[in-house]
Ligand binder design. Structure first.
Ligand code: NAP
Length: 285
């Protein structure tokens, strides 16, 4: 196996939500593989701090630009800044997203109580927040590959978009109604854009997704762990349905992400890769 297949040296990666729990681990993985990384999220201080941490960890180059994935004008402005400073975009990781507390049914509530506003919010954040960056960055990523060989600077042959789904996409997790529907849509959008872009750009622009299992983050900590660190009832149910018997460590996403972003997966598009300790494979029996 050639190590260089996984090498991302010289590539420019944009990671939405790169200041979050999973997103920042994705950024560290990309940096270790040699990529320059630009983080997009709304909080200016957090994106700048996260970019500085990447530089301290040895990134060739890192930057943090405040942008809301639901505001196309902010994404376009960020893209223009990135092209000015880095010259191109090779990788887009759509990691901004997550559940919204009010979109999870309270114990005892049914789907008939689901607040419409919360449902729309979680759907927008996860689906529209993946669609808009794909449009804004995918367009320039594809155009660069069409011109590959005609430019003075060398553009890697394979550009890669990686979306972030969830175990909630495929099977029902009780109470988690809006988030699950949104992530199922992200998976469908992954397959749809993979086909569309392969028909236009061949192997020049691929689209895949990672479906993480259960990792402790700020959004789900209180749902899964009690204050003393022991498992909540929900946390116990999840561990009982995870054949490996533990939550994931965020660093465990990096290998799959780097594979999907690199030439090692050059003939892979339209797939959703679970990184879940076997949760998705297990019937529970
Ligand atoms: N944690 C898990 O176990 C788990 C499991 C499966 C899937 N996932 C998925 O993995 C992804 C990351 O989750 P996480 O746990 O790392 O979440 P997190 O720690 O809450 O981080 C969320 C990130 O997204 C950014 N963000 C939120 N809304 C945004 C917006 N409108 N525009 C731009 N950026 C926005 C946040 O920064 P700002 O607030 O500053 O904007 C932050 O950087 C999500 O798609 C989530 O659904 C997580």
């Amino acid at each position: 196996m050639q190590h260089s297949l996984y090498d991302l040296t010289g590539r420019v990666a944009v990671v939405t939500g790169g200041s979050g729990a999973l997103g920042s681990a994705c950024c560290r993985g990309l940096v270790e593989a040699g990529a320059s990384v630009v983080i997009l999220a709304r909080n200016k201080k957090r994106v700048e701090d996260a970019a500085r941490a990447l530089e301290e960890a040895g990134a060739t180059a890192a930057a943090g630009i405040p942008a809301d994935v639901l505001k196309k004008d902010q994404l376009t402005a960020a893209r223009d800044l990135i092209l000015e400073r880095f010259g191109r975009v090779d990788i887009l990781v759509n990691a901004a997203g997550g559940n919204i507390k009010s979109a999870t049914l309270k114990p005892g509530d049914s789907v008939f109580d689901m607040p419409e506003t919360a449902f729309r919010q979680v759907f927008d954040l996860n689906l529209i927040g993946t669609v808009l960056p794909t449009q804004v960055f995918g367009e320039v990523m594809g155009a660069a590959r069409k011109n590959a060989g005609k430019e003075e600077t060398e553009t890697p042959r394979t550009g890669s978009i990686v979306n972030v789904s969830s175990m909630a996409a495929g099977r029902a997790l009780t109470r988690v109604v809006g988030y699950s529907a949104a992530k199922a849509s992200v998976e469908n959008f992954t397959r749809w854009t993979a086909v569309e872009l392969a028909r236009i750009f061949g192997d020049g622009l691929r689209v895949n997704a990672i479906a993480p299992g259960f990792f402790i983050g700020e959004q789900n900590r209180s749902l899964l762990l009690n204050e003393d660190g022991s498992l909540t009832e929900r946390g116990r149910q999840i561990i009982d349905h995870t054949p490996m018997g533990r939550f994931g460590e965020v660093e465990e996403l990096a290998g799959t992400l780097v594979w999907l972003c690199s030439d090692a997966s050059r003939f892979v598009t339209g797939v959703v890769v679970p990184v879940d300790g076997g949760f998705g494979a297990f019937s529970g029996v």
